[in-house]
Write a protein that binds this ligand. Structure first.
Ligand code: GLN
Length: 460
């Protein structure tokens, strides 16, 4: 049963929203203390919402498309009355006083928010190990990191602790943990989903998006959260497609005639065991009718420095409000090492005398990267390749910052260029999940949805 079918059973009262919720509550009670997926839950409030939905269904009232589905939310997205800590001591006592736009939309569609998920501190990381509240376990690969920064949201899906979750992706934070946990994660086109109510990591790169265990779940969440928001100036007034419609039976047929690009350099930087699996997936799509062409991307070496320089500068500026006067503690007094590193370097390169040297160069490199990926996408429907170039490390391994950043080389391009991208499980290496990434032109999110549904269809 996929998520769409489950939602239909709830709508026709064959499963009640309350039964669905209770089953998750039981699982959370059993597993959360060892996995550390949720930082906070509110079962009472969730029960109230579920009961309300059930009574509306019994009365024959129309309910929303997420009615009765249980949702986990990354701890950097504002939800009223939950602690919005961004997994930092800085905001340990900060209680959300309003709902982000995406949360209002989820609640309007009947989604039952059960709790806030763990993450890297201020979303600055790729492993969920920098959380002030401790690391999250990868439910799909015991003893390893779940990826990050939205590790809790991905692990929540992998461990069966909610139907759907949302996270944020600035340089890969949805796709990376989706890949490591063997679930689906989708980063929409920049501006396709409102960021209002998200705590910024780097505002020119951040996007909110869904995690799910199947394509229908991703589609239902996108149908809920995508679209113009008058309260947020970076959203685009675009024609939102019907994502759910694209995921039905026979989705594989859409591969016929699709032109997929495989970028040589994306494979070259990836471990051999990962490349083998990705190659196998590409072959499968080719057999199903896709045309596959090889492409060459010129600026792979520029991607990480460009991304991190921009990230440091924008993050530094975003953190100036955490001076201890209005929100919690002064960030520099209590934050972890990685956050401090970004603040220091960000502050240094934001100074007038250095900005020309670093920041302006990074902006120039960003436009080069954008041009290059746009050029490649012009000739194809989508680019396919690995999501992450290496396997998740064992928890507790000591990594240098550059080794941690190296996880992001294949995901940051989509953020720098503002294009949509997603990850879907392609296979396993010694039981460790490996994700396949799709990237497409701006606002062609529907194409990625189609490809995910098609690829899922091939695997079923
Ligand atoms: N790992 C990247 C970073 O540390 C991406 C984080 C994200 O997408 N939030 O910045």
């Amino acid at each position: 049963m996929n998520l769409l079918e489950k939602s239909e059973l709830i709508e026709t009262n064959e499963i009640t929203a309350s039964e669905n919720l209770e089953q998750y509550i039981q699982e959370i009670e059993k597993k959360n203390s060892s996995l550390n997926v949720y930082l906070e839950t509110d079962f009472d409030k969730a029960r109230e919402t579920a009961e309300n939905i059930d009574s509306r269904i019994k009365k024959g009232e129309k309910v929303g498309r997420l009615a009765g589905l249980v949702i986990g939310v990354k701890s950097n997205i504002n939800v009223e009355d939950f602690h919005i800590t961004a997994a930092s001591k800085t905001l340990e006592n900060y209680l959300g006083s309003y709902n982000a736009t995406v949360i209002n939309r989820i609640q309007d569609e009947g989604g039952v928010i059960v709790g806030m998920t763990n993450m890297d501190e201020f979303a600055a990381g790729s492993s969920t190990e920098t959380s002030y509240f401790g690391h999250t376990q990868n439910p799909a690969a015991e003893g390893r990191i779940p990826g990050g920064s939205s590790g809790g949201s991905a692990a929540a899906i992998a461990a069966g602790l909610c139907d759907l979750s949302i996270g944020s992706d600035t340089g890969g934070s949805i796709r990376n943990p989706a890949s490591h946990c063997g679930v689906m994660g989708f980063k929409p086109t920049y501006g396709a989903v409102s960021r209002q109510g998200l705590l910024d990591l780097a505002m020119s790169l951040d996007q909110i998006g869904p995690f799910a265990s199947d394509a229908s779940g991703i589609a239902m969440m996108l149908d809920t959260i995508a679209g113009f928001d008058e309260r947020e100036c970076t959203t685009i007034d675009w024609n939102v497609p019907d994502f759910t419609e694209l995921t039905g039976e026979g989705a594989q047929d859409s591969l016929r005639g699709m032109k997929l690009g495989v970028v040589k350099q994306f494979l070259e930087v990836s471990d051999d065991s990962i490349v083998d699996i990705i190659q196998g997936s590409i072959d499968k799509m080719e057999e199903a009718g896709a045309e596959v062409v090889e492409l060459s991307f010129d600026h792979i070496d520029l991607c990480l420095p460009t991304y991190y320089l921009i990230n440091y500068v924008e993050f530094f500026s975003a953190t100036r409000k955490y001076d201890g006067r209005k929100y919690g503690y002064k960030i520099e007094d209590v934050c972890g090492e990685e956050v401090l590193r970004r603040i220091y370097i960000g502050s240094y390169i934001s100074q007038k005398e250095y900005s020309g040297k670093y920041y302006k160069k990074a902006l120039q490199a960003r436009s080069l990267i954008r041009k290059e990926i746009t050029r490649l996408l012009e000739g194809v429907d989508a680019i396919v390749g690995p999501t992450v170039p290496k396997l998740p490390h064992k928890l507790g391994t000591d990594l240098e910052p550059m080794e941690m950043y190296a996880y992001d080389v294949l995901t940051v391009i989509a953020n720098l260029a503002g294009i949509p991208a997603a990850s879907i499980k392609a296979g396993e290496v010694n039981g460790i999940p490996v994700g396949l990434q799709f990237q497409a032109k701006p606002l062609e999110d529907a194409k990625i949805m189609q490809l995910m549904a098609a690829f899922e269809g091939l695997q079923l």
